[in-house]
Design a protein around this ligand. Structure first.
Ligand SMILES: Nc1ncnc2c1ncn2[C@@H]1O[C@H](COP(=O)(O)OP(=O)(O)O)[C@@H](O)[C@H]1O
Ligand SMILES: [Mg+2]
Length: 405
């Protein structure tokens, strides 16, 4: 460590010290990632047992067995139980293949549109990333095709979705930066498949800070060639939208041009707010900012807007706050809330989310309850989306120009 004897409570060399922290920190993240993903340093697909897999596919046990006879199915693993019995385990790839064969995979109705959802709040630490990643993964588990855009330079969504260390294992070109600043078509090249079949990401690292610096600067933002710097994401998403049912954007805790691009491009917003006075008052500030922004975007409509009570501790104070918020925001608050649980933080410490865990380390019952809570939140959102798609399909068929896009 530098200069402890010279400046015992500070440093004369902040730059070198931060660089030391940065290098050592990334190395530690890498070691941790390698430890939890050993032996091949890549996150493994989680698996489900036969009973759960048949349920997810929506078929009976005999049909489930028959489906597997028809052809070889990728993603079926053989695992040994503690008493030496060999059993089949199913990854999402196998389950989706079987869903396709059985014709039970969810298909958006013709005439419905991909929903782009910005998960946003001006405050950090309120559960935006957890919400965005879990929604993307749960949608994939349900057989939907989901894409997560990491729009926070801290890259947490990237880390817990892919296991890649943002600043070590991703380059500038792997992020959205070049797409938004110089080549909208490039969005097709930066989509990363994850270990979750049907859940792709566009990753982030510190490089995306350049978007907030360069997009407002007319000398470097290529405005003549690419048009308004506010519309870049909306334009580039048009090129890939039809590959997905939902696109979730994990916004950073700011209102720079990246977040503005996300809000302009989105069809809907989810705003996570922990039920506490500080988080509530910070959200009220955010509503003023959003109000001023929507004033400038007078034609903007939101097909979806929901507040999610996140990181709910269940304490009396939180319950009181919840009641007050429900009274105030009415139908704009999701009925289900996201509980703060040890299981979610355990999964985060292992560089993932609760949906990555096939075999819980602690109490099976506590894990089951934690998943149930998250499932309730995410299924409420996904069912809302399915309602929206149904009504979009109805209105296009009445108009008579049904398109699937
Ligand atoms: N339901 C939850 N239970 C326990 N910890 C949570 C839960 N949701 C989020 N966290 C933790 O709280 C912290 C902030 O959450 P995060 O999603 O990163 O917030 P944001 O993206 O708004 O900054 C993270 O350490 C995350 O693991
Ligand atoms: Mg975040």
């Amino acid at each position: 460590m530098l200069d402890t004897q010279i400046t015992p409570y500070g440093t004369d060399h902040p730059e070198q010290l931060m660089d030391q922290f940065y290098q050592a920190g990334n190395e530690m993240l890498l070691n941790l990632r390698n430890f939890v993903t050993s032996p091949n340093n890549r996150k493994k697909s989680r698996t489900w047992g036969a009973t759960d897999a048949a349920k997810m596919i929506g078929v009976s046990a005999p049909t489930f067995r028959k489906l597997q006879e028809s052809k070889s199915i990728p993603g079926i693993l053989i695992e040994e139980t503690s008493n030496g019995r060999k059993i089949k385990k199913y990854t999402l790839e196998a389950i989706n293949t079987l869903r396709n064969i059985a014709g039970t995979r969810y298909k958006r109705p013709v005439g419905s549109k991909t929903l782009t959802i910005a998960v946003s709040n001006l405050k950090g630490g309120v559960g935006k990333t957890e919400t965005a990643v879990d929604l993307g993964k749960k949608a994939a588990i349900e057989g939907l095709r989901s894409l997560l855009l990491d729009f926070d330079a801290q890259g947490t969504a990237t880390l817990i979705s892919s296991g890649l260390i943002p600043d070590l294992e991703l380059n500038y070109e792997d992020t959205i930066t070049n797409t938004l600043i110089s080549d909208l078509n490039n969005i097709k090249n930066i989509i990363l498949k994850t270990h979750f079949d049907g859940f792709d990401i566009i990753p982030a690292n510190l490089a995306i800070q350049d978007c907030d610096l360069m997009l407002p600067n007319e000398k470097v933002n290529n405005v003549e060639r690419l048009g308004s710097p506010f519309l870049r994401l909306a334009e580039s998403l048009k090129l890939i939208k039809n590959q997905y049912d939902i696109i979730v954007i994990d916004c950073g805790p700011n209102l720079g041009l990246l977040t503005l691009n996300a809000i302009i491009a989105c069809d809907g917003m989810i705003i996570p707010i922990p039920p506490s006075m500080n988080d509530y008052s910070s959200f009220i500030m955010y509503t003023a900012t959003l109000r001023n922004m929507f004033r400038e975007l007078s034609s903007k409509k939101l097909d979806y807007l929901r507040i999610l009570l996140s990181k709910h501790t269940g304490s009396n104070e939180a319950l009181q706050m919840e009641n007050m918020m429900r009274e105030q925001f009415g139908r704009y608050i999701l009925s289900n809330h996201m509980c703060e649980t040890v299981e979610v933080s355990k999964a985060a410490n292992e560089i993932g989310t609760i949906y990555d865990v096939s075999r819980p380390r602690g109490s099976r019952e506590a894990y089951r309850r934690a998943v149930q809570h998250l499932d309730d939140v995410n299924m409420e959102i996904i069912n809302n989306f399915k309602d929206i798609w149904k009504s979009q399909a109805k209105s296009t068929t009445t108009i008579g120009d049904a398109v699937h896009g």
